[in-house]
Design a protein around this ligand. Structure first.
Ligand code: ADP
Ligand code: MG
Length: 465
């Protein structure tokens, strides 16, 4: 090809590009048109190079009409665009022809088409265990679950894009975001779904750079219908990976593909993340999951028993649920330990065994404690007669000890404020509230006082009735 021809082809493509640029969003243009290079103009064909098979499939599928229109405007009728996959290997440029005028199934004959590159198969990264049907709903996760379900049934079609779930560890984020993937696949509303942790994404990205396969890496993730990235907080400080993720995000978002993310905090509080990423994370919907309440914890354990076909007496379930409060992973861990212990030691599952298991997991086990016991131990500590708690005595030490006893009663028993008041000489519930508040305030201000309360609480719990 001589210089004049080269000039001509370059100019032709430049003019087509200008027309296309006006008709597609600028990010689309950057992503899908800037990488296209003009190669040859001959007879009624404009041959252009594209980076991959995947690439031209997208371009054809989404932008064939805008391309056809631009060709017609610049070259007149009867021209068609021929794509050539140009892959840049170490030194030689390898090309593969592919003629796809407007759609693949309508290939004109007579032109050799050799397409080695297919859409890469999606590695199955979803855990089938994580579904909506075994995700227990409670106040703590209601909104996140409802939104997740909407996204799963309509990936890319709701305004929840991206959909971000955030919350503390072990609260069901991974479960929910994977449930979206599993559900979208089984409902047939998405074909290509990938789940990946942000750490894994980073590792793959670095590998791809080192092995010079970054194009494959990018096109793989950009070929998804649903991209699920877990724990995005770990992208923090990794600028290059963030950059790559940013482009993947844009490309998917533009194509109306669904992006689902999880994070340990609201996106706007993520440190070490590029502002432009944070702003994109806020385009869709952000929902949180919180620590589950007692009923939810009980329901989760009951469901586990059902799933695993094991029988655990209700009182033991209640006991576990009352004691393992921090998160669901820990709750599951305790449950598994209990079953393991029972089968290893050939013992029935009962409160005693549960207490044994909890002892090694939970630092302070909440055993039901009576108000009387609390009064006795607190009175001994402050060296006052126990019936002073019920008397009208307003002496400073008595009043203070009484308040501490009320406070610990609220913490360690299931008694209502009213019942606690009754135990303390029939004081009404507003007096109890005042006591609780006073103690709480003082705990915050006075570390010595706090250690006294801690000491008493431990003491009360460790001494059996
Ligand atoms: P996170 O990703 O927030 O740290 P996970 O999704 O890994 O938490 O949840 C920890 C464990 O608790 C998983 O085994 C998960 O199946 C279970 N789990 C969490 N929430 C629920 C729920 N609402 N119902 C049933 N199981 C749950
Ligand atoms: Mg997780």
């Amino acid at each position: 090809m001589d210089a004049e021809q080269t000039l001509q082809i370059n100019e032709t493509w430049a003019r087509c590009s200008l027309i296309i640029k006006e008709r597609v969003p600028s990010q689309t243009f950057k992503t899908w048109f800037e990488p296209i290079v003009p190669i040859e103009l001959k007879e009624n064909k404009l041959i252009v190079g594209v980076p991959s098979q995947f690439f031209y499939e997208w371009v054809e599928e989404h932008y064939s009409s805008v391309i056809a229109a631009s060709l017609e405007e610049v070259l007149g009728q009867g021209f068609r665009l021929i794509y050539q996959v140009v892959r840049v290997n170490e030194e030689n440029i390898e090309t593969e022809f592919s003629d796809i005028k407007t759609n693949m199934s309508n290939k004109p004959s007579g032109i050799s088409v050799s397409l080695k590159e297919q859409l890469p198969p999606v590695e199955n990264t979803l855990n089938p265990r994580y579904t909506f049907s075994n995700f227990i709903m409670g106040e703590s996760n209601q909104l996140a679950r409802a939104a997740a379900l909407a996204v799963a049934n309509n990936p890319g079609k709701t305004s929840f894009n991206p959909f971000v779930i955030y919350g503390g560890t072990g609260l069901g984020k991974t479960h929910l975001i994977q449930a979206i993937g599993n559900q979208a696949l089984s409902a047939g509303v998405a074909k290509r779904v990938v789940y990946i942790s942000s750490e894994r994404f980073t590792i793959e990205f670095v590998d791809a750079i080192q092995s010079d396969t970054i194009k494959n890496f990018s096109s793989y993730y950009r070929s998804m219908d649903v991209l699920i990235v877990d724990d995005i907080q770990f992208l923090s400080g990794k600028e290059k990976t963030q950059d790559s993720f940013f482009h993947t995000f844009n490309s998917l978002h533009q194509l109306g593909k669904q992006i689902v993310l999880s994070s340990d905090k609201p996106p706007k509080n993520l440190k070490g993340l590029d502002e432009r990423l944070i702003s994109r994370f806020q385009w869709g919907l952000t929902a949180d999951v919180q620590a589950p309440d007692l009923e939810t914890r009980i329901a989760i354990l009951q469901q586990k028993c059902e799933e695993d076909h094991v029988y655990i007496p209700q009182e033991v379930i209640n006991f576990l649920a009352a004691n393992v409060t921090s998160n669901i992973r820990e709750l599951e861990g305790t449950y598994i330990s209990l079953i393991a212990k029972s089968s290893l030691e050939n013992k029935d599952i009962d409160i005693l065994l549960a207490r044994d298991v909890l002892r090694s997991i939970v630092s302070d086990i909440r055993t039901p404690v009576s108000v009387e016991k609390i009064q006795k131990i607190v009175a001994e500590y402050f060296n006052i007669p126990v019936d002073m708690f019920r008397a009208k005595n307003r002496k400073q030490e008595v009043a203070s000890a009484r308040m501490v006893a009320m406070f610990i009663s609220k913490e360690l028993t299931n008694c209502s404020l009213k019942t606690i008041g009754l135990h303390f000489g029939g004081r009404d519930h507003s007096t109890v509230i005042h006591a609780l508040q006073t103690v709480e305030d003082q705990i915050k201000l006075d570390s010595k006082f706090r250690s006294v309360v801690d000491y008493l609480r431990k003491n009360i719990e460790s001494i059996s009735d």
